[in-house]
Design a protein around this ligand. Structure first.
Ligand SMILES: C[S@@+](CC[C@H](N)C(=O)[O-])C[C@H]1O[C@@H](n2cnc3c(N)ncnc32)[C@H](O)[C@@H]1O
Length: 343
């Protein structure tokens, strides 16, 4: 591995835009999830939390569920070259397992790890280099929530050597497989689904996973999974955002609750409730949080397979196959665009 890495950074993560988004998070009292991952320390805390609680790390059946979905997604790739675009790649472990499988099937593999965090794309790149040649790996830092030109940028922001790059002399057709693992729950559906639809073209497919509310009773399923969020490692990770801004733990308390969201969905939300006045000064602006005020740090929508199918369909995204873990708490879904908009 060379001592330097080339990374493309989208304007959504230029410092002036990150500052704008941080001020917006404080003004609206709803934190853009990207600020939970935007430093090496927060990335490390999330990776530790993920290692401890993620079903893909700790539940053999959940790992098998992903493996089955990878095999099915790989089987429908007909071209010899394939590019995996890992949106919100995190540490890149899942994408690397998929890339390994594709390589094992004789494919020439290319990887574009995309994440809001530079530390994450570098971690994903390092993980993937066990399988992908360095020249075929093109990390991309981008805020999926605010980038309006996502499809265009991801399709055009290619490096020489990339199979779809017009500059590549021996250009041969390749297929793109977009992955979106563990991301759907942390976005408002109306914000992210049009973007995913715009990314998918005839030769593209999307493999994504979602945390689910288990069982036939949605409300009871939500109650069952609530304790999964309320644990010391998650609290520690979420609190980093406020502590970095000068908030002290004794200023208030973090509470987790089930809330109603759009499209009849429910979600788990974490809010910090202030017990006393805390003043935050930033960029010449003062933010006063009085006792009784709160700020939303995190939310996670829990879908059911039926709700996913219906809501995706509204945005021209057709779920073609699904693999649900025995626990009923996680599923992987394969889909392609149906409408012109989705191509
Ligand atoms: C729950 S993790 C999922 C990581 C990985 N896909 C997995 O399944 O292990 C969420 C990831 O999304 C990234 N992320 C959060 N908000 C984002 C945004 N607005 N745009 C791009 N990436 C974002 C985080 O940096 C983090 O790596």
């Amino acid at each position: 591995m060379s001592a330097a890495a080339n990374i493309t950074i989208h304007a959504s993560q230029f410092p002036e835009n990150v500052r704008r988004d941080l001020l917006a998070s404080l003004r609206t009292r709803r934190v853009n999830h990207k600020f939970l991952y935007d430093s090496v320390k927060k990335t490390q805390k999330w990776l530790t939390l993920h290692q401890a609680y993620s079903p893909t790390r700790n539940d053999a059946d959940c790992r098998t569920t992903y493996q089955k979905s990878f095999a099915a997604a790989a089987a429908q790739i007909k071209s010899r070259r394939v590019r995996v675009i890992g949106l919100g790649c995190g540490g890149g472990q899942k994408d690397t397992r998929l890339l390994k499988l594709l390589k094992g099937r004789g494919k020439e593999v290319f990887y574009r790890p995309c994440d809001v965090s530079t530390a994450m794309v570098l971690t994903a790149r390092r993980t993937a280099l066990a399988v992908v040649p360095e020249k075929n790996c093109s990390p991309f830092v981008c805020d999926l929530a605010t980038a309006e030109d996502l499809g265009k940028t991801i399709r055009e922001g290619r490096r020489v050597g990339d199979p779809n790059d017009p500059r590549t002399a021996t250009r041969r057709p390749s297929q793109n497989l977009v992955t979106f693992f563990g991301m759907i729950p942390n976005f408002e559906p109306e914000q992210i689904l049009p973007k995913l639809a715009s990314l998918l073209r005839r030769r593209h497919s999307l493999l994504f996973s979602a945390n689910l509310a288990p069982g036939g009773d949605y409300a009871a399923g939500m109650k069952k999974i609530l304790p999964q969020y309320d644990n010391p490692l998650t609290r520690d990770w979420l609190m980093m955002f406020l502590l970095d801004l000068g908030v002290e733990r004794r200023d208030g308390g973090l509470r987790f609750a089930i809330e109603n969201g759009r499209f009849g969905l429910r979600r788990v939300a974490a809010r910090f409730h202030f017990r006393r006045l805390r003043r935050i000064e930033m960029e010449g602006e003062t933010f006063n949080f009085k006792g009784g005020d709160s700020i939303q740090l995190f939310f996670s929508y829990r879908y059911t397979p039926e709700r996913l199918r219906t809501i995706f369909h509204r945005y021209g995204l057709e779920i073609r196959e699904q693999w649900i873990a025995k626990s009923g708490e996680e599923g992987v879904f394969l889909c392609g665009g149906t409408s012109e908009e989705g191509r």
